[in-house]
Design a protein around this ligand. Structure first.
Ligand code: NCD
Length: 329
């Protein structure tokens, strides 16, 4: 069961809660295969997409998910919101909440923004990615993709490669994968793999080939240049010489390895086109599963919502691991 009011992160979720969300997602997967891709589950409900950062996949995926559940959707981006006129995030959210939406999905460059909103509005908040902190629905779709291909998550070795420091995808995956019993390796240059990740249960490896050895799953990450304000490696050329996932590097992993990437991909930087489009890639399955996971999240938080609990009742005070990540920068 999943009794929480918001979906802010995977940190602190139990294996039972994650399994419940994955099982629910699986049951929604079939709706997208129908000719008429719509169920009446959220008819009459209003879902707001509040996106303060660029996004193709995540925003579209949430919108498609909401529409397939028959909800009405409203999209607000930073450029079209009153943030441009100096309004604070909390005031924007309070005003939105006063129009009684049934859920707000928020993506924001500041870590902790969805947690702040969850304390100030009384509808469910879904974190669509906050700074370098968490991106729970991405990790859930990754877990669903892994579980579908491998049958289970427990006991697998998952290598997550690249810019770990700035990656909310990696952080949410670390929490989810560890809780589900996988072994997680963070692979990348030491400047992008800070040592505190070891405290959160990741093995840290700086050599790509060593990091990929016997991996069941490889997850490649983009270099998040928009979050880098210092120098983390000497040039992009050097980075790709050492860390680009080539056919040869894939050969170090298990024969039945699967390769994931949350997108957007920088072909030739972190992943070669041959690998991205090759037989081990499950990148498009991730995108398909994303819609099912977001339908499940909306259904669980909105469709089954009970009573009127006080706002923010299960909101953690602050995103702890993030603080450490920022301090490490
Ligand atoms: C990721 C994100 O925005 O955190 N992408 C996504 O949600 N599909 C990863 C990235 O931007 O590199």
């Amino acid at each position: 069961m999943f009794e929480r009011r918001h979906l802010l992160g995977l940190e602190g979720l139990s294996a039972e809660e994650i399994t419940f969300l994955l099982d629910t997602s699986e049951s929604f997967r079939e709706v997208s295969e129908r000719e008429i891709k719509k169920v009446p589950t959220l008819r009459g409900r209003t879902i707001v997409n509040l996106f303060y950062e660029n996004s193709t996949r995540t925003r579209t995926s949430f919108e498609i998910a909401a529409k397939r559940l028959s909800a009405d959707t409203i999209n607000l981006s930073a450029s079209s919101s009153s943030a441009q006129k100096g309004e604070t995030l909390t005031d924007t959210a309070r005003n939105l909440a006063a129009m009684r939406p049934d859920a707000i999905i928020v993506r924001h460059p500041s870590s902790g923004a969805p947690h702040l909103l969850a304390r100030h509005v009384d509808c469910p908040i879904i974190n669509g990615g906050d700074g370098a902190h968490e991106h729970p629905t991405q990790a859930l779709l990754d877990l669903l993709t892994i579980r579908s291909h491998k049958g289970q998550i427990e006991g697998l070795t998952v290598a997550i490669v690249g810019d770990l420091l700035h990656s909310r995808v990696a952080r949410s995956n670390l929490f989810g994968l560890r809780t589900m019993g996988a072994r997680v390796r963070f692979v990348g240059p030491p400047t992008l793999v800070p040592p505190h990740f070891a405290e959160l249960g990741a093995e840290l490896v700086s050599d790509l080939h060593e990091g990929l050895r016997d991996a069941d799953v490889i997850m490649m990450l983009r270099i998040q240049r928009e979050r880098m304000n210092g120098r983390y490696f000497s040039s992009l050329d050097e980075y790709s010489r050492l860390y680009c996932l080539s056919v040869e590097a894939v050969g170090k992993a298990r024969k039945d390895v699967i390769i994931l990437h949350p997108g957007p991909m920088n072909r030739g930087v972190e992943i070669s086109s041959t690998v991205a489009d090759g037989p081990y890639s499950v990148i498009m399955d991730q995108v398909t599963n994303g819609v099912a996971v977001r339908m499940a999240a909306l259904y669980v938080l909105v469709g089954r919502r009970r009573g009127t609990e006080a706002a923010g009742e299960d909101v953690p005070a602050e995103p702890v691991p993030l603080r450490r990540a920022v301090a490490a920068e």
